[in-house]
Design a protein. Sequence first.
Length: 202
Amino acid sequence: MLFRSNGDGQILIVGPNEKEGYAFQIQSNVFTRLTEAEHGFVGGGSQAVFFGGRAFVIKKGSGQFQCSLPYNFLDWPGDAFGTAEFDSDNLLAIDTNGNYLMLFGKQTCETWVFQNTLPLPVSPTNSTFRIGILAPQAHICFENDFYWFGGNAQGKGVVYSLSPGGTPQVISDYSISRNIAPIPEQSDAFMYAYQDLGHKFV
């Protein structure tokens, strides 16, 4: 399960399954199961971000993502959808640094930027790469940069970083890769980051 707050008294909970989401309204103490028929919600995969006043989720098993109305987790317009445009790749994860939306597929990744347009307030940038993500929970945004555990056609089990406007950089060295390689199941990896004595650790 993944939890996100809109800062306006609502909490969004997205489960691991297809079309699995819930909204909790703190003031009224009401817990609502989100459905496609009543709310337009098709999110899942334990992925959600809050960006530009809206919640963004992925449609599990597809290259699509959708967003809610501003500060309203109970209303997901039927035309507020986007599709990863770089390649026909199912989305596994989504992240944001507050300025850009990062879409991760199994084989590709790409960034979208906030435009305040309707019905979908984001548009794709030219930052598209043939590098995917191995584990849906193994990504994080830290100090404006994106980090994730992924791979490409040349190999997998690599940790990447991406600064806005740049290109992905491999930050896992040979010794780290040797420790990762024997792990039999890498799809359930997760990632976190912290800073200590002026140094970043991922």
